[in-house]
Ligand binder design. Sequence first.
Ligand SMILES: NC(=O)c1ccc[n+]([C@@H]2O[C@H](COP(=O)([O-])OP(=O)(O)OC[C@H]3O[C@@H](n4cnc5c(N)ncnc54)[C@H](O)[C@@H]3O)[C@@H](O)[C@H]2O)c1
Ligand SMILES: O=c1ccn([C@@H]2O[C@H](COP(=O)(O)OP(=O)(O)O[C@H]3O[C@H](CO)[C@@H](O)[C@H](O)[C@H]3O)[C@@H](O)[C@H]2O)c(=O)[nH]1
Length: 437
Amino acid sequence: MRRENIAVIGTGYVGLVSGTCFAEIGHQAIAVDRDQSKIERLRQADIPIYEPGLEALVRSNMEAGRLSFTSELQEAVRRSDILFLAVGTPSMPGGEVDLSYLESAFRQLAAAVDRYKLIVIKSTVPVGTAAMAEGWLREEGVEEGRFDIVSNPEFLREGSAIHDTFHSDRIVIGAEDQQAAERIAALHAPLQAPVLFTDRASAELIKYASNAFLAAKISFINEMANVCEKVGADIALVAQGMGMDKRIGSHFLQAGIGYGGSCFPKDTKAQLRIAEDVDYDFKILRSVIEVNALQRERFADRIIQELTEAGGGKAVAVMGLAFKPNTDDLRDAPALDIIEALTTSGVQVRAYDPVALEKASAHMGRHELVTFHADPYEAVAGADAMVITTEWEAVKSLDFGEVARLLSQRLLIDGRNCLEPAAMAELGFRYVSVGRA
Ligand SMILES: NC(=O)c1ccc[n+]([C@@H]2O[C@H](COP(=O)([O-])OP(=O)(O)OC[C@H]3O[C@@H](n4cnc5c(N)ncnc54)[C@H](O)[C@@H]3O)[C@@H](O)[C@H]2O)c1
Ligand SMILES: O=c1ccn([C@@H]2O[C@H](COP(=O)(O)OP(=O)(O)O[C@H]3O[C@H](CO)[C@@H](O)[C@H](O)[C@H]3O)[C@@H](O)[C@H]2O)c(=O)[nH]1
């Protein structure tokens, strides 16, 4: 294998995980971030995000001299032959993608293009961005022939990012230049993943299409769950039966309070906007987004209805703040919207999360109706109901006999369908879940 000198620009989830994994498979990787405090922490192998297994991998690759961190972008570019861009591409209020971080990184790196550089866009970007980035480099005076730009979207999930990288379903390489494409494929060869070569526009679109399709699966199963509640069917069995059909597949059919996180909400809105910009009304996607927002609202309404029917309780323990287990990421976390809806109705919230508590309290600030608890039993003690918003193992494995004793009313509302209805009923709970009448 040819050992490449790689710079990864941006050390969020994607930059940090992919830079570390490139080092792990034998390349020389330097990870760059403009956030100096992040770089100082990373140099001590102090990982700013919670991602299982990442710290050990960063540490061992730093010790082996294959991974380093810097805030000097141009220095990193001079020392490297392949540059991966993994900066954020957040949503703007109208759904359009904010490419300002990407543009600024391209313009900054231009001054350091002292010889041929192979530049790879790993950030999720709208169709046409790779072509536009060529224009940014030319405007900065970089000569034609000194670079190629390749699109190589990232498909890892938070919480299982390292596993996903080493067991990738596919590596998509969108390029105009065949040699550039083959070099990026060779770089990934130790991962032994299937490679799909495409043009750049198709690669850019594959990323949005994949996220939009997965989000659609979730909204579909959530609507089926809502129907199940009305007709007295069980969504878990419906999903199981559907998933046994290989054409449908069993993944992403978990009904609940809908999707959140740093990707699905922003990427579905971006894809809708991309379609609008070419005069296409992407009707399914519009509904997927609407259903997802409604699912959170329905759940908050259900909690209030259950509290009222149980005699007007006013305090709930909200278990899980991160948008999914095994991450401390709070971006577009359903729990935060649900807490807001509850407090707006005057309900007191006793919030628990095994890893995201500190971030959540910093993010939400002080609120007279919200308290944060590092101990799950303390969160539950004296509350009128327990609400599950993230299916953390630490929540699923609680001693529910003890929870029943600590709650002032045995009301358990499970937004992730992660507990067994019969077992909860046996403990005397009124157990409410999504789509399981
Ligand atoms: N988070 C995920 O699970 C995931 C998965 C697949 C794809 N993506 C996509 O990957 C991209 C990055 O996502 P993320 O969650 O890792 O982002 P993030 O927002 O967590 O991190 C981006 C990092 O880039 C840094 N940065 C911004 N401008 C810079 C510059 N000019 N020079 C150096 N550093 C700079 C920021 O300081 C920040 O640390 C996005 O486009 C996202 O949609 C994310
Ligand atoms: O059956 C399911 C599966 C997921 N979710 C929710 O969907 C959201 C996203 O989950 P997941 O896809 O596991 O996490 P992400 O880390 O956001 O990963 C998605 O977004 C990334 C960023 O683009 C992509 O790289 C990944 O392929 C894509 O799965 C979370 O809120 C989950 O709770 C459900 O409600 N039901």
